[in-house]
Design a protein around this ligand. Structure first.
Ligand code: NAD
Length: 508
């Protein structure tokens, strides 16, 4: 079955991970095994790019950009329409590969491919709506406009937990904006990246624009090459806050632009006015789904003290009913963590929680089976515990209590990250307070739905240490273009702005 999936996507035992105008036959980097986290066994191998390979691919992406920027935006949209159609045709196999390589359950694997398709549809519409402005000029006979041009080749660095959807957020929009892209995927999920690149490259070649989508698989050294590469005016990087700090420094050092989508430490507030059945379902999906490996995973549950004890009892029973196992199997709701290291990080976080005064209410163990499986875990915690301020990329939920909404908001906002947040309440007063300027300080603030599972139509991203970037919907496309303000004089006089006078005589 695994072989059938890999073969149907054109993958073999060893696959080149470098593609610019053409696939490279023999990339110069290490050959890396892609591990199925549900078994610990290799699925296949990918040959990574060397710095020299990266340099060549970035040159080719630069050259491709010079042609692509002249193609009318709706014609660029047509290429993305074809790409979206090709993804529709491969949705099942690609979704299975996401499941195999990242350990997400099957419906989430397919959901990830659906997200790419949605992004393509969105970008096709956008290709006819890259609108500028006309602005009233203060000078007679003058006209001002604001227009948007392609910015250049864009570097895209992605994380393992959304191995392809986040690339599509960037690549589909960048392509209709007239930019080529150079993608460095996570070294944990290189096969999915190669499979998607094969489809994107085929579509680009068939449309006479090879090199518009480029790939250079690799580890941190390729990411650093992207960060320092003056050929890339924009770098969009998704990953941990640690990666983002290093990326921000490097890109700012060359006065480039970075778009950062970094770690979250997301919270849900459940008030006494909440529909507790709704809150329970949302909390479990947000905290346990994807084995706690979403940037928007619920990590901090802030319960009003009057409802905390019964709510936690129900939550423990719901956790106990979650089927953990092979993400291929029907009925399984939680798969494995990505690797052995992630299991170690989770266990270390639980040790820290215990030593800081936390109590494990549910779970806390590794499962005794091959692969990287753990129990979904609830810890009774206090907001002052340092570990609660950290993003541990695993299914640990810290449960805390509050007395009034001011305190709940202070707890919710009292961490360095600012990605996703939610309140459960039937009170319009409470929900409006939560959404007000003195409410949640996050990029995403929801009412009566959980923190994870965003739609692509909105701008996605977070504040503070989450990096401030926005991707996907709304007007996020503006990050992928350069803005130009133009003043056009259609008259015979040359009046100056602000009434400044500057008369000259040339003796005539
Ligand atoms: P990671 O930071 O380890 O790696 C992310 C990517 O950055 C990988 O491709 C990696 O090779 C590269 N990288 C790492 N250090 C680098 C450096 N110094 N210079 C250049 N590149 C570097 O993250 P991960 O473990 O793959 O993913 C989990 C993290 O990603 C979590 O913190 C999660 O919250 C975050 N994430 C955020 C979003 C978002 O939209 N905000 C989405 C998905 C994941």
């Amino acid at each position: 079955m695994i072989d059938t999936v890999l073969r149907s996507l054109g993958l073999g035992e060893s696959n080149p991970g470098v593609c610019g105008v053409e696939w490279s036959d023999s990339p110069g980097g290490a050959e890396v095994a892609s591990i199925n986290p549900a078994t610990g066994r290799a699925l296949g191998r990918v040959r990574m790019g060397s710095i020299a390979d990266y340099g060549r691919v970035a040159d080719e992406a630069r050259a491709a950009f010079e042609g692509w920027r002249k193609v009318p935006a709706p014609a660029r949209g047509e290429v993305i329409r074809q790409f979206g159609q090709a993804l529709r045709e491969r949705k099942r196999e690609l979704g299975l590969l996401v499941t195999l390589e990242s350990g997400k359950i099957r419906s989430e694997g397919e959901g990830e491919v659906q997200e790419m398709i949605d992004m393509c549809d969105f970008a096709v519409g956008l290709s006819r709506q890259l609108h500028g402005l006309t602005i009233a000029s203060e000078r007679p006979g003058h006209r001002m406009i604001e227009q948007w041009h392609p910015i250049g080749p864009v570097g895209i660095i992605t994380a393992f937990n959304f191995p392809v959807a986040v690339w599509a957020w960037n690549a589909a929009v960048a392509a209709v904006c007239g930019d080529s892209t150079v993608w460095k995927p996570s070294p944990e999920t290189p096969l999915t990246a190669v499979a998607v690149q094969k489809i994107a490259h085929e579509i680009a070649r068939a449309n006479g624009c090879p090199g518009v989508f480029a790939l250079c698989a690799g580890d941190v050294e390729i990411g650093e090459a992207i960060a320092n590469d003056v050929r890339l005016p924009l770098v969009s990087a998704t990953g941990s806050c640690r990666m983002g700090r290093s990326m921000a420094r490097a890109v700012a050092g060359r006065l480039g632009r970075s778009l950062l989508e970094l770690g979250g430490n997301n919270a849900v507030i459940v008030t006494p006015r909440a529909d507790l059945d709704l809150a329970l379902r949302a909390v479990v999906f947000a905290a346990v789904g994807t084995a706690g490996q979403r940037c928007t995973t619920l990590r901090r549950l802030i319960l009003h003290e009057s409802i905390a004890a019964p709510f936690l009892e129900r939550l423990k029973r719901a956790y106990a009913s979650i089927k953990i196992g092979d993400p291929w199997e029907d009925g399984v709701l939680m798969g494995p963590l990505i690797n052995e290291r992630a299991v170690g990080v989770m266990m270390a976080a639980l040790d820290a929680a215990r030593s800081q005064g936390g109590t494990i209410l549910q779970g806390g163990h590794r499962l005794d089976r091959p692969g990287f499986f753990v129990e979904s875990t609830i810890v009774r915690a206090d907001p002052s515990m340092p570990i609660v301020g950290e993003e541990t990329f695993a299914p640990i939920l810290y449960a805390m209590t509050y007395r009034d909404l001011d305190e709940a908001l202070a707890i919710q906002n009292g961490v360095e990250q600012g990605l996703a947040s939610a309140i459960f309440t039937d009170s319009v007063v409470e929900s409006e307070r939560f959404l007000s300027a003195e409410g949640s300080d996050c990029g995403i603030a929801n009412v009566n739905i959980g923190t994870s599972g965003a739609e692509i139509g909105g701008a996605f991203g977070g504040e503070k240490a989450t990096g401030g970037g926005r991707e996907a919907g709304s007007d996020s496309w503006k990050a992928y273009m350069r803005r130009q303000t133009c003043t056009i004089n259609g008259g015979k006089d040359l009046p100056l702005a602000q009434g400044v006078r500057f008369e000259i005589s040339d003796g005539r």
